[in-house]
Ligand binder design. Structure first.
Ligand code: BGC
Length: 770
């Protein structure tokens, strides 16, 4: 059904597709560049045997980095025989060159391999975990992190990264909430686009650009009970409105590839879901890249109950999956299925074409070695500039959750500081989840960072105070990969605690560095209890009893339940897992060299029982908003409110907001509404503020979310300075998916809210007619 004409833009529409509910006008443009690529790929494919075509659909790992349960064997022979299209889990020019040589010099058609890796928040220079990075509310910084990651990854032979992960998550029990941008679909879309642009640069043929792989398509973050790999089941409206927008934003930003997710969508595993991979992704959204499965996700369709390997492999191909990661279902069964008429040659061809097109777009047919440059490996990796960027981004990602009596920032001199906690003198846990090529030994601990700033001008003592956990079953799970990620100190718990308490009593202020270790979040790291582990809680309680000001520096890969900490600590600085420059960044913020401005992108519950909890929920028929509780939507034993809401985060200074001024209150059609607030820095420090715009649609044909984030602006104000912040609002900001899944807006009243978090806003009302 493809029509190509040289040097001309041809637009065609597939009539059959017009019947699809959302495919308004599915049309594809064929540019001269597309036509050139098509001619090249078609020419190559004419020379390929069926086996070689199927070989292109086979992605293997050689196990340098273990990211799944099995690894492939006979890779060398497979590459020479043309049975492998790409390799992942490798890096380093010497190694990659050897593998590329096998394909380019020793295979019949010399087709280069694509090299992938889980470069998620940095390659060698590690940035904050994505959830932390999203708390910067700074797309420039987020894009910069991806650019640097691409530069480092390409300096080590890679051309494809399995990032960004854009799965919306509303359940912090799910360990992979750490890898995404939180709970908001619009904001998630902004981050997705920034990451794709950062990785792919102005052209994927550039030597320092990689192809992004958007994952996990789709809805992976909706796992029931927050349990990893669990079933996902939701209405189409919820998908379209709340979960799909970031994937769509990544398509619009030009992402070159997608990864299918492990879960089911509408009862069918995503990896074999034709509606998802073809109707939605390609026909409705116009995605032109290729789709790779997640790790053995084709094979896992058998466990989902869809049939044997041959059946599920055929299903996946027919659904629109192009590349099979690790499981070799395509390699082992597609030829048989072709002979038996279970798949067609055209289906194999289209998948093969898409993989070859990706290699073409990366410029690999021109130069298979374009990112294999031993010189760049020496000059472009972990440079001072990259480390500086990592520190800056980390500082911007920290969220100040509490700061009673302005205990922070700390004085740089003349203060006696007791640094305590199992994460204080720790390098291993600074990097967070997904650091395949990152070296934790090179990271800066919090204790080191504090020493760098205090030098000889104050007194810093250190005591570990407690183990990260003393639950041996939990610890064994955290040490899955054999390393001692978490270990128990040789001293008794009481000895450790007494030392910490003694130091605290002698000090002016206590800085307790606690929370989750690296392996407590990320893939396959769901938790049913998301509090700080008991051994650390015990230490915090003892420290609080000393009566000394208690500052908690919190490491976490997810929102935690912190009700006790919120009540008893004087300050809480959430630093997530900040990356290579962790300790330096933490110290810069603790001592006020940088004033924290991060805002939460995922709600912090008071208790696990409130989960899922998110700001853009719907009203019920019996909403609770104070007063008598019976027959209202609430709990008997806890409030509905989160501990820390979406968009929340304090500063060392304070900001005041004026009322919202609108340019008009009655609008019609495509008019633009402007909403302006004046924000004033009313405190003593210069600081940044994320001014947030939310819109509510109180009367509609379906029940809408109580409010939705539509925009934000990050501003910087000196003490006493004020600034007008104006948002333009158009009908595009009022649109939603109705019960027929049409994306449109409905006239009526709208509430415009502007403020410092999702629960602290000023509002104004407008009437908008069509
Ligand atoms: C994960 C993906 C990852 C892949 C390759 C899977 O287990 O779900 O996010 O990209 O492994 O390492």
């Amino acid at each position: 059904m493809k029509i190509f004409k040289k040097n001309k833009v041809v637009v065609f529409a597939a009539a059959a597709l017009m019947a699809l509910p959302l495919s308004k006008a599915f049309a594809q443009k064929v540019t001269p560049a597309d036509a050139k690529m098509d001619a090249f790929v078609s020419g190559l494919m004419k020379k390929m045997t069926v086996d070689e075509k199927i070989g292109q659909l086979n992605l293997v790992t050689v196990g340098r980095a273990t990211t799944g349960a099995v690894v492939n064997s006979n890779v060398e022979a497979g590459i020479k025989n043309g049975n492998i299209g790409g390799v992942f889990g490798v890096w380093g020019t010497e190694y990659v060159q050897k593998i590329q040589d096998l394909a380019v010099k020793n295979s019949r058609l010399h087709i280069p391999l694509i090299f992938g890796l889980d470069v998620i928040h940095g390659h060698r220079t590690i940035f904050p975990i994505p959830l932390g990075m999203s708390a910067t509310w700074d797309m420039g910084l987020i894009q910069e992190s991806a650019q640097i990651a691409a530069k480092e990854a390409t300096a080590e032979g890679l051309n494809w990264v399995f990032s960004p992960m854009v799965d919306i998550a509303r359940d912090p029990r799910w360990g992979r909430i750490s890898e995404g941008s939180g709970e908001d679909p619009w904001y998630g879309g902004q981050v997705a686009a920034a990451m794709v642009k950062g990785y792919q640069g102005s052209s994927m043929t550039n030597a320092d650009a990689v192809m992004a792989c958007v994952k996990h398509f789709a809805l992976y973050g909706g796992a029931e009970a927050g349990r990893e790999y669990n079933t996902v089941d939701m209405s189409r409206i919820k998908m379209y409105q709340d979960y799909l927008p970031p994937y769509k934003a990544a398509v619009d930003a030009g992402a070159g590839s997608f990864m299918s997710s492990f879960n089911t969508v509408d009862g069918i595993p995503a990896t074999g879901n034709k509606w998802l991979l073809t109707d939605l992704l390609r026909k409705q959204w116009g995605f032109k890249g290729f789709v790779v499965s997640d790790y053995t996700a084709v094979n896992e369709m058998s466990n989902h109950g869809l049939g044997d390997l041959q059946t599920v492999s055929a299903l996946a191909l027919k659904a629109g999956l192009d590349m099979d990661m690790v499981g070799e279902g395509f390699l082992k069964t597609l030829k048989k299925s072709l002979k038996e008429g279970k798949v067609t040659q055209a289906e194999i061809d289209i998948a093969c074409r898409r993989v070859l097109e990706a290699k073409y777009k990366l410029g690999l047919f021109n130069n298979p070695y374009k990112s294999i440059d031993p010189e760049r490996e020496k000059t472009d990796v972990m440079t001072p500039a990259n480390l500086q960027a990592s520190r800056k981004i980390a500082e911007h990602s920290f969220v100040l959750l509490k700061n009673a009596n302005q205990v922070l920032p700390l004085k740089k001199s003349g203060t006696k500081i007791a640094v305590v906690g199992p994460l204080a003198d720790d390098k291993r846990d600074m990097l967070g989840t997904w650091v395949v090529a990152g070296e934790w030994e090179k990271s800066v601990s919090v204790l080191e960072g504090i020493h760098h700033i205090v030098g000889n001008n104050g007194t810093v003592t250190y005591a570990k105070g407690s183990n990260i956990t003393e639950d041996t079953m939990f610890m064994n799970r955290l040490n899955y990969f054999g390393q001692q990620m978490v270990s128990i100190d040789k001293r008794s718990s009481d000895d450790m605690l007494n030392e910490a308490v003694k130091n605290a009593k002698d000090a002016d202020v206590v800085v307790a560095v606690v929370g989750e270790s690296q392996s407590m979040s990320g893939e396959s790291s769901s938790r049913s209890d998301i509090s700080i582990p008991e051994s650390q809680e015990r230490m915090l309680k003892a420290l609080a009893k000393t009566g000394k000001p208690l500052v908690i520096v919190l490491f976490n890969g997810r929102p935690l339940t912190l009700t006790w900490e919120d009540e008893h600590a004087d300050a809480i600085l959430d630093v997530w897992a900040p990356g290579t420059e962790a300790g330096n960044a933490v110290a810069e913020v603790l001592f006020g060299n940088y004033n924290p401005a991060g805002k939460l992108t995922a709600t912090f519950p008071r208790s696990v029982g409130q989960i899922p909890i998110y700001y853009n929920h719907k009203n019920t028929g019996r909403p609770y908003s104070g007063g008598p509780t019976k027959f209202k939507s609430n709990y008997l034993d806890i409030s509905n409110d989160p501990l820390y809401p979406f968009g929340y985060g304090l500063s060392y200074t304070t900001f005041s907001y004026s009322d919202v001024k609108l340019n008009k209150t009655n609008l019609k059609g495509n008019e633009t509404l402007t909403a302006t607030v004046t924000v004033t820095n009313t405190g003593k420090y210069e600081g940044e503020e994320v001014v947030q715009l939310y819109v509510s649609d109180p009367v509609a044909s379906i029940s809408r979310s109580v409010q939705e984030l539509k925009n934000f602006k990050k501003i910087n104000l000196k003490p006493g300075e004020k600034q007008d912040v104006t948002f333009n609002i158009t009908p595009a900001d009022l649109k939603f998916y109705n019960s027929r899944l049409q994306y449109d807006w409905e006239p009526g009243e709208f509430i415009i809210r502007v403020g410092t978090s999702s629960v602290d806003t000023h509002m104004a009302k407008v009437n908008w007619s069509k």
